[in-house]
Design a protein around this ligand. Structure first.
Ligand code: G4P
Length: 528
């Protein structure tokens, strides 16, 4: 039985991520959420391609230059009586593996939709990913300060395209310049919108009751319109049901404007009230209950050089069960050894704080000196391996070459460390000294070159290379493996972790190799 104080810590915690199509407003919402969490006194202007200021979650150089979120950062903040962990995810599709892995580390998601655009491509894809674990989804319809689509139509689209029932919790009154606020269906109150309060906490005016004449005074003819629309909406839409929400079948929907800082707090109220506390998770051996007080957790992300001053590599570990205490000895099951963790970190988006205690649901940062890999499980001595952390096969390949050939060692070190993060793979052919970079998206090639320059002081360029796919090689029979190595040497390479891979110029070449060597396993991803 878990102790009362441990259960209190559990029940307080909510760990979530935001999923959205680029430009829907994820960064802006993150800022406002932190503002409400009082983590930031005054939320910065969004990313500031124009203003020169940057959102706190966008702290990598690349992000500043391109105005996109490249990396995942983790933010913890208090909200009312709760403790919220928000895991930021890259919006750009070239970084989707990073996002997919982050989604394995959360218990619920906030889906942000641009109300002028409706459901967009990337949202559809990300929703598919959340379906793998039936993650509960809260929806925020953003940008009500602009001319948007009809709210009923928006809900219909979400239901139809994303196959999830919608239960409106708030309902918008007007839109664009005429946006007046929202009516909260559960609280039976109207919250009025005031413009020009985007950077501060709003002290909104609240009118209790739908039939209150004050409402007619405040918003004129919109009041009567609202009453009529609501009758329709309440008849036609779904009522909120927490069990359905927890099963991922129904989403509570909020309306507002992140830029105007309106409605984000309603969403947060819903999140802490309804979203699940840290959930149990499946390991290959058994299901681990969050109420077990023994520590367990898994690494879902590795990030090199988060802080240029520290020049280190951080492994992000989601705690599945138990309590982490500073100085604790943890068992790393992949290598079967105990490691002492003296200096774990918590994150305030780029600001790092040394950590004494953390609980299930929290993310801790472990210093990685090359021994931690994505997917690794840590425990208090039990052999456990958490499952379901995806790895993706690279689909694009380029040869990378130095401008200054004397820095080969530095280049290799940089590439291997960046490959640890899982976004790119590096391949070293057995028969020559080439270095080949494999990536899932084009943008990652640029990121690698920019980070090599900024973090490892090497200038590299790409050249085309005749590789179109890669497979990781496994074989239990040492003799057969040796024979294969001799025969196929021209196509063999080692990846960043010294794992044997087959790099094929064409799919036909790969099929032929597979036919010729039926005892060899050609695996599309490096198994975590
Ligand atoms: P993302 O992280 O999902 O990609 O979106 P982000 O928050 O960066 O928002 C994308 C654009 O939408 C930004 O404008 C942002 O100011 C704007 N935006 C976000 N929320 C709202 C809202 O509620 N109302 C309105 N009207 N706009 C909103 P931008 O001009 O592309 O950014 P910037 O160039 O000013 O940095």
């Amino acid at each position: 039985m878990a102790s009362k104080s441990y259960l209190e810590q559990l029940n307080k915690r909510r760990t979530f991520a935001i999923i959205s199509h680029p430009d829907a407003g994820k960064t802006t919402i993150t800022e406002k959420v932190l503002l409400f969490g009082k983590a930031l006194q005054k939320a910065g202007t969004v990313k500031g391609k124009k203003s020169g200021q940057h959102a706190k979650s966008d702290w990598m150089e690349m992000e500043k230059e391109r105005g996109i979120s490249v990396t995942t950062s983790v933010m913890q903040f208090p909200y009312h009586d709760h403790l919220v962990n928000l895991l930021d995810t890259p919006g750009h599709e070239d970084f989707s593996e990073d996002t997919y892995r982050t989604l394995t580390a959360v218990d619920s998601c906030l889906m942000v939709i641009d109300s002028a655009k409706g459901v967009e491509a990337r949202t559809i894809k990300l929703m598919e990913v959340t379906r793998l674990r039936d993650t509960p989804i809260i929806t925020f319809m953003n940008k009500l300060d602009r001319d948007t689509r009809d709210p009923v139509e928006l809900l219909d689209e979400v239901e139809e395209v994303l196959k999830i029932k919608c239960a409106p919790i708030t309902w918008p009154i007007g839109m664009g310049k005429e946006f007046k606020g929202v009516y909260h269906l559960l609280r039976d109150e109207t919250i009025l919108y005031q413009t020009g309060q985007g950077h501060t906490m709003q002290d909104s005016r609240i009118i209790k009751g739908l039939d209150n004449p004050e409402l007619d005074e405040a918003i004129g003819s919109y009041a009567q319109e609202l009453r009529e629309v609501l009758e329709l909406v309440q008849g036609a839409s779904h009522e909120f049901d927490q069990q359905e929400f927890l099963r991922g079948e129904l989403s509570p929907v909020f309306f507002g404007t992140a830029l105007g800082n309106f409605g984000v707090d309603h969403m947060l109220d819903g999140l802490v009230e309804w979203a699940p506390r840290p959930l149990n998770r499946a390991a290959a051996q058994r299901e681990v209950s969050v109420e077990e007080e023994k520590f367990s957790g898994f690494v879902f992300k590795i990030q090199a050089n988060m802080d240029p001053k520290h020049r280190d590599r951080i492994a992000f570990c989601r705690i599945v069960s138990g309590t982490f205490e500073k100085g604790m000895k943890l068992f790393q099951s992949r290598i079967g050894k105990d490691v002492r963790i003296s200096d774990a970190l918590t994150f305030m988006a780029g600001d790092r704080e040394a950590l004494d205690t953390a609980y299930a649901g929290d993310i801790i940062g472990l210093h990685n000196h090359g021994s931690i890999q994505i997917g690794d499980t840590f425990s208090e001595g039990e052999m456990l391996k958490f499952t379901g952390i995806p790895n993706f096969a690279p689909e694009l390949f380029k040869r990378i070459r130095l401008r200054d050939p004397l820095k080969q060692k530095q280049l290799l070190k940089g590439l291997i460390q960046l490959a640890e993060e899982g976004a790119v793979q590096v391949f070293r052919p057995m028969q020559n000294n080439d270095l080949i970079v494999g990536a899932v998206g084009v943008l990652q090639f640029d990121v690698v070159v920019a980070r090599l320059k900024a973090e490892y002081k090497v200038e590299a360029i790409y050249e085309p290379v005749n590789v179109s796919t890669a497979r990781w090689i496994y074989c239990d029979d040492a003799k057969k493996l040796d024979e294969f190595k001799r025969k196929a040497e021209a196509n063999l390479a080692l990846d960043g972790g010294d794992n044997l891979t087959y790099i094929a110029p064409t799919m036909v070449n790969l099929s032929l190799a597979q036919e010729r060597h039926p005892d060899i396993k050609f695996v599309q991803t490096r198994e975590h």
